[in-house]
Design a protein around this ligand. Structure first.
Ligand SMILES: [Zn+2]
Ligand SMILES: [Zn+2]
Ligand SMILES: [Zn+2]
Length: 173
């Protein structure tokens, strides 16, 4: 399995075809090694989610899959999504009720998701320091988390300059 570089993920100039190829090949290998089926519909849904780094809603996936599979029903899409979540190939973005591909698939893991409110790109960060500080806080509270996902809404690197140019005169002068 190749190591992904989280820093690159939100750069619009990166080779996104490479992201898709990596994601699909990791998924195929994982499913093979776990003895689970990456059926055509699961494969297609994963591919559609990886179309970009933006979070995708289930009904958008349904709209996109109907032209190629007119028998697809909402339940078909939800079952495929459940499978991909279970296998750790995608993440649910709770605050948007949407899904995004995981570029470090293979194990279930906690994560920090940076969600851009302008372009809807979701950048996943492993953020070990943040998550370990959070673990300390939780154990101090005697709280046992089932999973830890931190979702932060704001502006990504690409959107920030345009959106804040008026208010951040110091940046360029
Ligand atoms: Zn990409
Ligand atoms: Zn992940
Ligand atoms: Zn953005």
């Amino acid at each position: 399995m190749t190591e992904s570089e989280p820093e690159r993920i939100s750069h619009p100039e990166h080779d996104h075809n490479q992201c898709i190829r990596n994601a699909i090949s990791v998924a195929e290998q994982l499913c093979l090694s776990r003895g689970v089926q990456l059926t055509p519909i699961r494969h297609k849904i994963l591919e559609l989610i990886w179309n970009s780094h933006k979070a995708v809603k289930a009904y958008d996936l349904l709209d996109q899959i109907r032209p190629v599979n007119d028998a697809a029903k909402p339940s078909t899409v939800y079952r495929a999504l459940d499978f991909l979540l279970e296998q750790g190939l995608i993440h649910r973005v709770e605050s948007l009720n949407a899904f995004v591909g995981c570029h470090c698939s293979g194990t279930q893991h906690d994560q920090l998701l940076l969600i851009c409110t302008a372009c809807h790109t979701v950048e996943e960060r492993a953020a070990p320091d943040v998550l370990s500080a959070l673990s300390t806080e939780l154990s101090g509270a005697g709280f046992v988390p089932q999973r830890k996902t931190i979702e932060i809404h704001g502006l990504c690197k690409s959107c920030k300059p345009a959106a804040t140019a008026a208010s951040e005169k110091d940046d360029e002068h």
